[in-house]
Ligand binder design. Structure first.
Ligand code: TRH
Length: 377
């Protein structure tokens, strides 16, 4: 009998919660042959990632995953063997009661947000005894061997390498999303929250000796882009040029296509959690717009990641990287740091690939979850 897994996802905002859980659910089905139900409280967000899905369906099968609407008026179901509450979302009270009643108790996991902070290793896998007698385990994704790892499909890096080695595949993909690469231009993707530093980056790209082609999926950064361009209501397909900078707005594409976009670009600006990880698997230099938290807690997380990521770069390479990422995340001008980064471009390229290879030597998150369950049994 296949083990059954329930993954609960409450969509707080943006696409990270559903992006991570949808990716994990698919991988558990495709690579581990598990029966997975994904409970989502906002099917609208899910449909954005999976356009063929039905936003009204209470239950539907998508790519082997049973996707269920998590309704406020919870209808009783038999709990699964493994229950994952993603990002500390609160399970329905009656579902927890049913977990307690189950003859074979389920493994209950809280899948946490990704962080490179040192304390993560100490907390990963720890149980917390609940008043109902069940234990809930904290599962932390992460970048180091003592953490739960990162989401990475089994064939991902082989596919990425084959794609990057095949310029025809790249051109064909770009053409499928309406992009014609400009000869000699640096190709950049931009996915970010509202960002006061954007104008300084666009200024420096427009004034650069080398042309840049900036691809911007529809999203929150468009408002700042429009202010800089002095235009309104930009939509997918719109193209603008200022100096050496060519800007094109893209539609919001599916996760697999978004991967290909990251693989196609020379540089990727990403945000949140899932796109940030995907850009690392692309093996190309990247810029992270971290999700803002109260009291600037996110800046500590940013520095924790930088401390790991910058290892192996030269002193100048480290400085350019850290200053660029700090400026981008604090709304300061990126002009100096971007130019410094460009001066060390080959080093940053080699480093991104090296970082990717090192992370890929660890077990991926889905595999680590499955192993955790097998050890727990
Ligand atoms: O959307 P996000 O900002 O999500 C955030 C973070 O996860 C943050 O940590 C969390 O607290 C907050 O949500 C609630 O960024 P993220 O994590 O990169 O998720 C975006 C998803 O959208 C990711 O799975 C990639 C996907 N995507 C596409 O599928 N197509 C696209 O065109 C683009 C731009 C993204």
């Amino acid at each position: 009998m296949k083990a059954t897994w329930d993954i609960f996802c409450s969509v707080v905002d943006n696409y990270g919660d559903i992006g991570v859980t949808w990716r994990l659910a698919r991988q558990l089905v495709a690579e581990h042959g598990l029966a997975v139900r994904l409970w989502v409280d906002d099917l609208g967000a899910f449909v954005r990632l999976c356009p063929q899905a039905d936003a009204q369906a209470l239950r539907q099968i998508q790519q082997g995953v049973e996707v269920c609407l998590w309704r406020a008026d919870w209808q009783a179901v038999e709990p699964a063997d493994v229950v994952i509450e993603a990002f500390a979302c609160e399970l329905p009270v009656s579902y927890i009661a049913a977990m307690v009643q189950r003859a074979q108790k389920p493994l209950w996991l809280n899948l946490e947000y990704l962080s490179a902070e040192e304390w993560v290793e100490g907390c990963h896998g720890l149980p917390s005894l609940q008043s109902n007698g069940l234990s809930k385990f904290f599962f932390f994704p992460g970048f180091t061997a003592g953490s739960g790892g990162l989401l990475r499909e089994r064939e991902l890096l082989q596919q990425r390498r084959a794609f990057q080695a095949d310029s025809g595949a790249r051109d064909e993909f770009l053409s499928s999303i309406g992009v014609t690469p400009l000869p000699g231009a640096r190709l950049i993707s931009l996915f970010a929250y509202e960002n006061a530093a954007l104008a300084s980056w666009l200024d420096v790209l427009a004034a650069d000796a080398q042309a840049s082609q900036l691809l911007v999926p529809e999203g929150r950064i468009l408002a700042d882009l429009q202010v800089w361009l002095g235009c309104t209501a930009m939509r997918a397909g719109d193209v603008q040029q200022r100096g050496q900078l060519h800007i094109q707005v893209l539609p919001f594409i599916q996760q697999d296509q978004y991967d290909r976009l990251l693989w196609s670009c020379d540089f990727n600006a990403v945000r949140g959690e899932d796109s940030f990880v995907r850009a690392q698997w692309a093996g190309r230099p990247l810029l992270w717009h971290i999700y803002q938290q109260a009291d600037n807690a996110h800046l500590e997380k940013l520095d924790a990641f930088l401390a790991l990521y910058k290892e192996g770069l030269s002193v100048d390479g480290q400085r350019a990287l850290v200053e660029l990422w700090h400026a981008w995340n604090t709304g300061q001008s990126v002009k100096e740091s971007w130019n410094q980064l460009l001066q060390r471009w080959p080093e940053q390229q080699a480093h991104a690939e090296q970082w990717c290879l090192q992370r890929a030597s660890q077990a991926d998150l889905a595999e680590a979850l499955v192993q955790f369950y097998l050890n727990w049994l």
